[in-house]
Ligand binder design. Structure first.
Ligand SMILES: Cc1cc2nc3c(=O)[nH]c(=O)nc-3n(C[C@H](O)[C@H](O)[C@H](O)COP(=O)(O)OP(=O)(O)OC[C@H]3O[C@@H](n4cnc5c(N)ncnc54)[C@H](O)[C@@H]3O)c2cc1C
Length: 308
């Protein structure tokens, strides 16, 4: 089972240094993270939008250690929003944020993260778009949901993410569906213990379907965050059963993964949003992508051996 080993490595500073210094790393990283700064990413945004795709933008970075870094993360999003403004994409380009990057794990982190994320949500609203709060490891979620609820008082379109692998998520989904929230459902990408999360793929997939049914029947806006062809087909069927029109739910996938499927769904008239990450602190994001598919790791290892 390579996945859990890679996820453990994603928390290791030694591995971070090794992987970041490997000569071919950048080339493999580019598949998932198509830029290091806002200058790189604007042409990518334009190109995806021209292909009929929508976007959610993630400035990568999570393990910050000071309030100054949290403020810098906030400013990076504000700069991005500033650059998005003239493109006039409205909700076709929204933001995804990790509250850890806004200071959630520091002393007084809950208040700090809320104070840092609020201006980003306000700036997004000013250009006619919105923000979704990503879900990180299970210890952070009560704070994330509380911040989500707080932000929704002024910005009801603020979204959040729920993870099918967690036992708690069915109850979270019922609450969020009743309150009419925008909710992205994903399987879950962190290493979680058996005390809080399903460990087997078939259990996670079954939970995903149960939760998606709740979201589709509810009052909110479901966002199906998965590349899994079976879950995508089930999502379409559940939306149909719930009488939802194509603009009453959407699909979301990660940049660099099953790109042909992004275009197929968009061509069929679905709202298809591509989660597009950029930035220099890509290590954690990259390692989670390796963990999701061991073939990625084999490709990475082969590149290191043949070039290194
Ligand atoms: C838009 C979006 C946002 C997300 N946000 C979060 C979040 O906030 N919190 C969180 O915990 N997780 C998040 N995730 C990650 C998610 O939890 C899963 O880890 C990830 O989506 C893989 O699960 P899957 O549903 O695609 O199904 P899987 O069964 O893992 O994959 C189905 C198929 O998709 C392809 N595939 C999937 N992953 C990869 C990959 N890395 N490389 C190459 N091919 C791949 C393969 O063909 C695979 O067979 C997000 C995922 C998406 C799509």
């Amino acid at each position: 089972m390579l996945g859990p080993v890679i996820l453990a490595a994603s928390r290791s500073d030694r591995m971070r240094r090794l992987v970041s210094a490997a000569p071919v790393t950048k080339q493999v990283v580019d598949r998932f993270i198509p830029g290091e700064d806002v200058e790189d990413i604007v042409p990518v945004i334009r190109s995806l939008a021209e292909q009929g795709l929508e976007l959610t933008m993630d400035v990568v970075g999570e393990d910050i250690t000071s309030p100054a870094q949290a403020a810098a993360a906030r400013d990076a999003y504000l700069e991005l929003i500033d650059r998005l403004k003239p493109l006039e994409l409205g909700t076709r380009a929204e933001m995804s944020v990790k509250l850890s990057m806004f200071g959630q794990a520091l002393a007084g982190g809950h208040e700090l993260a809320l104070a840092n994320v609020r201006p980003v949500v306000e700036a997004a609203a000013e250009i006619g778009t919105t923000v979704t709060l990503d879900a990180e490891d299970h210890t952070t979620l009560d704070s994330m949901f509380a911040i989500h609820e707080e932000l929704r008082k002024d910005f009801p379109q603020t979204g959040c993410v729920i993870q099918a692998y967690l036992f708690r998520t069915e109850a979270d989904a019922r609450r969020l569906a009743a309150s009419g929230s925008r909710v992205r459902l994903v399987k879950g990408a962190y290493k979680e213990p058996a005390s809080v999360a399903y460990q087997e793929k078939h259990e996670i997939d079954r939970a995903y379907v149960r939760i998606l049914r709740t979201l589709m029947k509810g009052k909110g806006y479901p966002m199906i965050g998965s590349h899994d062809p079976r879950l995508i087909a089930i999502g379409q069927e559940l939306a149909h059963q719930a009488g939802r029109k194509p603009d009453e739910y959407e699909f979301q996938m990660l940049y660099g993964i099953r790109a042909e499927e992004h275009l197929r769904l968009a061509a069929e008239g679905h709202r298809m949003r591509v989660y597009t990450a950029y930035g220099t602190d890509w290590y954690g994001y990259f390692m989670r992508r390796l963990a999701e598919k061991p073939a990625n790791l084999r490709f990475f290892a082969r590149s290191v051996i043949t070039r290194g």
